[in-house]
Design a protein around this ligand. Sequence first.
Ligand SMILES: [Zn+2]
Length: 257
Amino acid sequence: MRNLSAAELLTVWERTHGQLPMHQAMEVLAAAFPEHTFEQLAQLSIGQRDGLLLLLRERLFGTKLNSMAVCPQCQQRVELVFNTSDVKTQSHRIEADDTENTVMSLTMEGYEVNFRLPNSFDLMSIAACANTAQAQKQLLNQCIQSVSTASKNDAEPGNLGGNFQLPASLQEAIVKRMAESDPQANTQLALTCPDCNHNWSAAFDIVTYLMEEIHRWAKHMLREIHALARAYGWREADILAMAPTRRRAYLELLGLG
Ligand SMILES: [Zn+2]
């Protein structure tokens, strides 16, 4: 992983503006991990991707995270302050074989199913699905590599006919195994309401969080550039190359700090 300069981050933000957060996240990762191709990064499991996004977030903005939640019992808005270590489930180094889609297998109800974990390409391909049920079905089908039964060996899912479906219990078992194998893909925060003491858990999505944060950062950065360029006539590139402390010092001198 390399450090992204303010100018580089602003360029990625501009280029991906208006795209879905998961697309933006892949572009930011590709910029921060030039030693890997976009395809390699998009083939990481969702948990591996989120682990790298957490690392990148620490590098860009530090380890402290701020968010909001609404208590499901009393509807009180609760401010959340937590640390990246609170939502990390594993260490995150991309290994050479991480992108080779490790195949797992499950034998149940007369079937042996080989499958892999969902990756970013899978999530991008189901983004256009009409509803959640269709998206889940398509995602599962894409991740299933092969299905064998007692009567029919090595049947490819695509060759089993359009109406072929694995038993619901088997589908559930596959989804459960996927979740267990890739815990970082489903990060939960344990929350307590300060008003009514209700306990609940809420999902934390680093993709949405970081992309919104980069968007706010970019808008703030452009406002600073605008103020300094207007006051001193400096070039955008020179202002971007300044350390944040020096930029803020000039803004303070202008009474804008
Ligand atoms: Zn409450």
